[in-house]
Design a protein around this ligand. Structure first.
Ligand code: WT7
Length: 631
């Protein structure tokens, strides 16, 4: 399954295109199935209807846990590094993790959860989060992990969308020197969630929490009432494994659905290859399990391959900007997979935080979440990899389940700021506005994928039509990624960023419409328009143009009120970086906001605003430009 030479990459790629069923059928042999498939793939992109490994039966946790017990039971599966470096790190061997997962799976059963039920997980980055995820998979319940930064309202919307029956949370979490009262947030959310019957609460920071009789139970008490024997539920390859909510160009996040068989094969295959993982190595992905990166490349991918995965609770700058390097040195990390925003933030502290740190264990570096600029790429290469560790710039999405376009460490070439080449099985194509294929090299276009891959989304929860509209209707017979892309003279791909109204702020995906809806919920706000602008550390910052005619007190205080509203409605991650009060927005005669103009103004480039002749009131643009200069 592991590619060891460029020649083999070319051969595998060719085979995967010419005979995809044979190719993926062979890859899938490297996993453990209860029953084999009768058909590797059946598909159409019109409905869409995609089935991989049809008829096959499995449980992903048998692949992530049980199958390693005989030979690797005492090998570390998860190494947990706490927020506070003075606290001890904790290692879970495969044997221990298996035991904990089975025990907690029995807790879920004891609390009424069964196959097919949806379970919401809202937890800090602690081993129990991975245990909760795997315990759901063990009993065939569908997990919906919600990132710890989302507000009560966001949680309630997600819980209700998929009618979750159980919630798993903790009293609170640590983030640097801050404490976040997770259970309080959940309590607020659950006021509006009639489907939730049980809430299991882990003690982590030991802050006082309210425990509602009949609904709330403690994790620590529950595990005492069950044993650690839990046969894995037999799942169909196309049974749902999890839902993960992500933002798009409308106001409402959608629940991306991944299924058991294809997702497992794709996460495991891409993990093993892209990072060129070698037995015994220590792998550290700095993402949060609340995002797809954590699902695929902290939990399922690494564990399915028997790897040692570091799970870090804290943030890169606490207690100092040396923290990542301390972790690398302490745990002798071989692979470090992180985000451009983290790299840029750490770069800004200069070289002092690196002094005396032993990074010699590093063999492979990875980047994910947004385009990595050349400056950050070179800093990562020179200062962290000492010019010896290949950087895999991995392009993929929540919807793709796993890495799609990326170098394969030690096997295929790297190129600064390029995701380079598609992995075997992935058939990218560039199209123009009308959906015509743009052939040849040295071209730019909208990035689509023309053939299914095992890790792709199957639907959006509860609304298949939305899945079809969002991904499969823009261009006929193609999966549309929403990204713009360059294919250079050598045929290497460079992702240039979103072409829709989706922002990428510090690697987090946020819809402009979502932020606008939140701002508009503030009393007194009449209308708003949100665009992205280049931000040195975050990649993109959020710029909001707001009409607020009868301001309540001082403008600065009103801005804070708006920020507070956004924090309440979505979460602190969606707070605008800049707010500009305006008396009107540039609209066409048909009432459409001309975002192109606002984007230019937000970028500070007003020399050429393009055609403004269709504007209803061109005067408003002059006013906005003048106000923006003073911001
Ligand atoms: C969007 C997907 C994939 C896990 C993290 C984000 C952007 C992602 C890269 C990259 C350039 C990238 C794209 C994509 N993106 N990786 N290596 N180079 N852009 O997952 O929240 O689903 O966001 O992130 O714009 O569409 P996500």
């Amino acid at each position: 399954m592991q590619i060891t030479s460029f020649k083999q990459y070319e051969e595998d790629y060719k085979k995967s295109v010419e005979n995809p069923e044979q190719f993926w059928g062979e890859v899938a042999q490297n996993f453990q199935w209860r029953k084999p498939w009768f058909k590797v793939l059946s598909w159409n992109f019109n409905e869409p209807n995609i089935k991989w490994f049809e008829g096959a039966k499995l449980n992903i946790t048998e692949n992530c846990l049980d199958r390693h017990l005989a030979t690797n039971g005492d090998k570390p599966a998860i190494v947990w590094e706490p927020n506070n470096p003075e606290e001890e790190s904790v290692t879970y061997t495969y044997k221990m993790l298996h035991e904990r997962v089975c025990r907690f799976a029995n807790v879920l059963k004891r609390n009424g959860a069964k196959k097919g039920d949806r379970i919401c997980i809202y937890m800090p980055m602690v081993p129990e989060l991975a245990i909760a995820v795997l315990a759901c998979a063990r009993i065939g319940a569908v997990h919906s992990v919600i990132f710890g930064g989302f507000s009560a309202k966001s949680i309630a919307d997600r819980i209700n969308d998929s009618q979750c029956k159980v919630v798993i949370t903790a009293d609170g979490s640590y983030r640097g020197n801050k404490q976040i009262p997770l259970k309080d947030v959940i309590d607020d959310a659950l006021i509006g969630c009639p489907t939730v019957a049980k809430c299991i609460v882990l003690t982590h920071i030991r802050t006082p929490v309210s425990m509602l009789k009949g609904r709330d139970v403690w994790w620590e008490d529950e595990v005492k009432h069950v044993n650690d024997i839990c046969e894995a539920e037999e799942m169909d390859a196309e049974d749902m494994l999890f839902i993960l909510y992500t933002s798009g160009s409308t106001g409402k996040p959608k629940g991306v659905v991944h299924t058991c068989g294809g997702y497992m094969v794709y996460a495991g295959y891409t993990f093993s290859n892209v990072f060129n993982y070698q037995p015994g190595e220590v792998y550290f992905c700095t993402a949060d399990i609340g995002w797809i990166t954590g699902h695929s490349y902290i939990v399922y991918g690494p564990l399915s391959q028997g790897a040692t995965s570091v799970l870090f609770e804290g943030i890169p700058t606490y207690p100092s900007p040396s923290r990542f390097w301390d972790i690398v040195e302490k745990h002798k990390v071989n692979t470090l997979y992180t985000a451009p925003t983290a790299i840029r933030s750490l770069m800004s502290f200069g070289e002092e935080p690196l002094n005396g740190k032993d990074l010699s264990s590093i063999r492979v570096l990875g980047s994910v979440g947004e385009p990595i600029n050349e400056e950050a790429w070179h800093w990562f290469d020179e200062k962290i990899g000492h010019g010896k560790a290949p950087i895999v710039d991995t392009w993929w999405q929540t919807e793709t389940g796993g890495i799609m376009i990326s170098p394969i460490a030690t096997v295929t070439p790297t190129k600064p700021s390029f995701a380079t080449l598609p992995l075997p099985g992935i058939q990218p194509i560039l199209v123009d506005e009308n959906g015509n294929e743009i052939e040849g090299n040295g071209v730019m276009g909208n990035l689509c994928i023309k053939f299914p891959w095992p890790g792709m989304l199957r639907t959006t929860y509860g609304d298949h039509e939305r899945c079809k509209q969002t991904y499969f209707s823009t261009y006929e017979n193609l999966y549309f990624t929403g990204d713009g892309c360059l294919r250079d003279e050598d045929g290497y791909y460079r992702i240039t960023g979103r072409v829709d109204d989706v922002l990428n702020v510090s690697g987090h995906r946020i819809g402009t419409a979502e932020v606008e809806n939140a701002i508009n919920m503030h009393a007194g706000v009449v209308e708003s328009a949100v665009v992205g602008y280049p931000h040195d550390v975050k990649g993109q910052g959020i710029y909001a143009f707001v009409i607020y005619p009868e301001m309540h007190g001082e403008a600065e205080l009103s801005k804070k009120d708006i920020l507070q509203t956004v924090t309440r409605v979505i979460g602190a991650i969606a707070k605008p970086d800049k707010i500009l009060f305006v008396s009107g927005l540039p609209k066409t005669r048909s009432g459409k906001i001309m975002r192109r103009i606002l984007r230019k103004i937000a970028e500070g480039d007003t020399t050429n605003l393009g055609d403004t002749s269709t504007l209803l009131d061109p005067g408003v643009v002059e006013e906005i430009i003048a106000a923006a200069k003073k911001l």
